[in-house]
Design a protein around this ligand. Structure first.
Ligand code: NAD
Length: 341
């Protein structure tokens, strides 16, 4: 009998990619295909009962898998949680272990997708594509206010040189002729061949960079790593891009820095309280988060809705890995992508 999987917070692109991957599997190995139920609501303790009759749930970054939700899942017969993302900060792993629910993730679905998006975001805010797009559609062909600067020869600071940070640095060094410097608590041996050189401290990196791009994970040690003090260490007029996790930046400190004109431009694909708005159409709703509304109001801030990962290739990798994670749990009893407390 095939495994029954309830996919929470599912969007059209999730349905398409998971269904395609499952159909491919059905053709190649019919007995390994699963049965998906695509559900619109996010998983939390109030929606967990929708998983009744399923062996597994498949969830994303803003589903809330706390102890209460996990207890509900357990009582409804759920054995596995398949995260269709890399981060697992939204799952209470200790509670999952207590309840005997196994959890797996997709560790890397497409570092290129995020790196390419980060570079695109830098170009957008430096060369102001978004402004010219709207202007020209309104019949305004004036160039005033659209002056940018060349990336060639500029210094870019990469915070966190893991999979995504290294690729972002490589595009900027090899493609644009930037001087790319980086700070990481665990420097990578690959950095040099990618055209990236390390500095010893975050302060040094911030002081020297014309553009700073954030690529470290969100942990206790990195929460608000961009704050009043570190923003003050950045060059006046510098550009800041965050495609990693919202809470790397203290939003109130960022607003203060923007208001005093310290930053040239800011691009964010993530926001510390994004779960209230992202991945949904909020165009007919009031934004009650005043800090978010203030950020959206700055002429030199560009915001996208956690979109950096969203490519065909990434969705295919997420779908394939999710299916192989579930099969591994069910057939082998173990999974290389399992996450434990
Ligand atoms: P990774 O684990 O390969 O690399 C993270 C790097 O950060 C490591 O080299 C690590 O040593 C470094 N690091 C940790 N703490 C640090 C600190 N205090 N200072 C400096 N460096 C530090 O991760 P990755 O695959 O490159 O992904 C990076 C982040 O991108 C993820 O954590 C995730 O939050 C984010 N992400 C965003 C999207 C999106 O759609 N916007 C998609 C995927 C991943």
């Amino acid at each position: 009998m095939s495994l029954k999987v309830a996919v929470f917070a599912s969007k059209r692109y999730d349905m398409n990619s998971l269904t395609d991957a499952n159909n491919e599997l059905r053709t190649a190995r019919p007995d390994e295909a699963v049965e998906f139920s695509f559900l619109e609501p996010r998983l939390d303790s109030t929606t967990a009962a929708l998983a009744a009759g399923h062996d597994a749930v498949c969830i994303f970054v803003n589903d809330v898998c706390d102890r209460e939700a996990l207890e509900q899942l357990k009582s409804n017969g759920v054995k596995y949680i398949a995260l269709r993302c890399a981060g697992f900060d939204n799952v209470d792993l200790a509670a999952a272990a207590d309840l005997g629910i196994r959890v797996a993730r997709v560790p890397a679905y497409s570092p290129d997708a995020v790196a390419e998006f980060a570079v695109g975001m830098i170009l957008t805010i430096v060369r102001k594509y978004h402004k010219s797009y709207s202007r020209v559609r309104e019949g305004n062909f004036l160039l005033d206010g659209l002056v940018g600067f060349n990336l060639s020869g500029k210094t870019v600071g990469i915070l966190g040189t893991g999979k995504i940070g290294l690729l972002t640095g490589r595009i900027l060094a090899r493609g644009f002729g930037c001087r790319v410097i980086a700070y990481d608590v665990f420097p990578s041996k690959q950095a040099e061949e990618y055209g990236i050189s390390y500095v010893d401290t975050l302060k040094e990196m911030l002081e020297q960079s014309d553009i700073v791009s954030l690529h470290c994970p969100l942990m206790d040690s990195t929460k608000y790593i961009i704050n009043d003090e570190t923003l003050g260490q950045m060059k006046r007029g510098a550009v800041l891009v965050n495609t990693s996790r919202g809470a790397l930046i203290d939003t109130i400190a960022l607003i203060r820095a923007l208001k005093r004109g310290h930053l040239g431009a800011v691009g964010i694909d993530v926001y510390e309280k994004e779960s209230a708005y992202f991945f949904a159409d909020s165009s007919d709703k009031i934004i009650y988060d005043d800090n978010f509304a203030r950020l959206l109001s700055f002429y030199n801030v560009f915001v996208s809705g956690h979109q950096a990962f969203l490519t065909d290739e990434a969705l295919k990798n997420i779908a394939d890995t999710t299916l192989s994670n579930l099969r591994a749990f069910e057939t082998k009893g173990e999974c290389v992508n399992e996450v434990k407390a």
